[in-house]
Design a protein around this ligand. Structure first.
Ligand code: GLU
Length: 545
């Protein structure tokens, strides 16, 4: 067969591979420099699994002073959604994942959207035809279904290979006749592989994996739009773009034999492959992949809506990326953490939202009040405009609330997300505290003797904490509250309770709850006027019996 003639028959107006290659010079790289890429289909939002993939790629390239590329793989146009690319870029930008080259961003190895690279792929397809490495296949869907059926009956492997590769042996004349009749065709790989030959490949994450050579004549170019299939496109792109490491989900591990073969047939060095274990979820005892459709926590918007900072999600992802990261983070060392393939899990770890929450609490506890305030402003601006208008007007007041038991050696760890702040401190804001029935649900059994008097004659706003407590103890004692635990244990009948009980009454009065951060701070920050307003209402509520 004269393959040159065949190539010109099939693709008369397509240029040569050499012309394309001339436009994509090989990158000059420093020792260890990694060129990685994230190659999603334009299906809109990025979910946790793919964010993890993108992040690993970005971290490793950054660490090695290399480049991180974003390539949009849209050759399967059925999977496309409107504004899909924008959605991906938005999520990566929100997550501060810097794209060095790629769709929208640009770069000298573009275009980075596969559907815009059609001529490039066609030049390579034509080159394969010229070399006898590929051939046109005119089989109809019905014919292929028959082959499949037969293979199923014979309990054979499924695919277009060996004696089933009907179109492999068509003569030039037969092909020309079909082309003349405009019969649609796909281009198939003329696989040189032998399925009985076993090889070993060293995957950078999974370690040594065994595989058999591919002998299936896979489709490399589709018939309807002359676009390549994923397998072929990724090989051409990673070759031309100079990708050094393909780091991707392990659902692609089974395609490795085809991919290695494609690089061999292209006659170029293959990138190194690293297959990431999926993120799993324990769904009522059944462990399965975290699902974009079923699990709200799989979507990145889940975290932004709750107000879990991007940094927290990234910290959590880092714990999934390297098993030794968490220990390093908790030690709070200043040394830089170096990510390695060796410390990446080989099988799927559980996505543990509880752990993410605890990392978040730890993270929030390390922020200054001012930092929390800034984050709160940003969050409320987007997700809670009512609260936003309240907090933006009272900066100092809000910062002092946020500073209760913060910026100390053992800070409180009660904030998991920005949305918690209103729930935790709503009582500090008159707008929320004084609703129709502020003490709803509070027991009416609280003893209020002395309460009014305490605030009128004893409580001094300017007292320091120690002084304040000393005076409070003394005052409460006159009303039957003892500071003496032993005494109280022996004769509980003689007392209304211990000093803590008196404090509890004040605490409930101010916060509607018997658990709150430091009472002294709350009193102090609220200020006399707000305290008095709460006291009057509390007393009348308890008197309404
Ligand atoms: N387009 C493929 C995907 O959607 C990319 C796989 C790869 O990274 O090679 O997952």
């Amino acid at each position: 067969m004269d393959y040159e003639k065949l190539a010109d028959l099939l693709f008369p107006n397509v240029g040569t591979r050499e012309e394309v290659e001339a436009k994509y010079p090989k990158r000059t790289l420093n020792q260890g420099e990694m060129i990685t890429r994230f190659a999603p289909s334009p299906t809109g939002f990025v979910h946790m699994g793919s964010l993890l993939t993108a992040y690993i790629n970005a971290l490793l390239s950054e660490q090695s002073h290399g480049k991180f590329l974003l390539r949009i793989e849209d050759t399967d146009q059925k999977r496309e959604v409107e504004n899909g690319i924008e959605g991906i870029i938005r999520d990566l930008t929100d997550y501060e994942i810097k794209i060095d080259e790629g769709a929208i961003v640009g770069g000298s190895y573009g275009p980075y959207i596969q559907s815009e690279r059609k001529d490039i792929y066609l030049a390579f397809v034509k080159d394969f035809i010229k070399k006898g490495l590929a051939y046109p296949c005119f089989c109809t869907a019905e014919e292929l279904a028959e082959v499949r059926e037969l293979q199923e009956i014979n309990k054979e492997r499924i695919g277009y290979f060996g004696s089933y590769s009907k179109c492999k042996n068509l003569s030039y004349e037969e092909i020309a006749e079909k082309i003349e009749k405009k019969i649609p065709f796909v281009v198939r790989l003329n696989s040189p592989g032998d399925f009985s030959i076993k090889h070993q490949y060293h995957d950078l994450i999974k370690g040594d994996v065994n595989y058999f050579e591919n002998d299936i004549d896979i489709v490399i170019m589709k018939s309807d739009n002359f676009l390549p299939t994923y397998h072929f496109a990724h090989a051409v792109d990673d070759y031309l773009m100079g990708t050094t490491h393909v780091i991707r989900g392990d659902e692609w591990l089974s395609s490795l034999p085809v991919h290695i073969q494609l690089f061999e047939m292209l006659g170029v060095e293959a990138p190194k492959y690293a297959h990431i274990a999926p993120v799993m979820k324990n769904d009522h005892g059944v462990v399965r992949k975290l699902s974009k459709r079923k699990d709200p926590e799989a979507s990145v918007s889940y975290y932004s809506e709750l107000g879990i900072p991007v940094e927290v999600v990234k910290l959590y992802l880092k714990t999934l990326i390297n098993t030794n990261f968490e220990e390093w983070y908790l030690k709070n060392t200043k040394e830089e953490f170096i990510f390695t393939f060796e410390k990446m899990p080989t099988s799927g770890g559980l996505f543990d939202i509880e752990k993410l929450n605890s990392i978040s609490r730890e993270y929030f506890s390390r922020l200054s009040a001012e930092e929390v305030y800034q984050g709160l402003l940003e969050y409320t601006k987007k997700y809670d405009t009512d609260f936003h208008s309240i907090v933006s007007k009272q900066k100092d007041y809000v910062i002092s609330i946020l500073n209760i038991e913060r910026e100390t050696e053992k800070p409180r760890k009660d904030i998991t997300a920005y949305s918690d702040i209103k729930k935790l401190f709503y009582y500090m804001f008159d707008e929320y505290f004084f609703n129709d029935n502020p003490y709803e649900g509070v027991s009416k059994d609280y003893e209020i003797d002395g309460l009014k008097e305490y605030f009128e004659s004893c409580y001094q706003e300017n007292d320091c904490e120690e002084e304040w407590f000393c005076k409070l103890k003394e005052f409460a004692e006159k009303f039957g509250y003892t500071p003496n635990r032993k005494e109280y244990k022996e004769h509980p009948e003689n007392y209304k309770g211990m000093t803590a009980k008196f404090c509890e009454i004040i605490r409930v009065m101010l916060t509607k709850s018997n658990m709150s951060p430091n009472l002294y701070d709350i009193l102090h920050i609220l200020g006399k006027e707000k305290v008095e307003k709460r006291m009057n209402l509390f007393i009348s509520y308890l008197q309404e019996k």
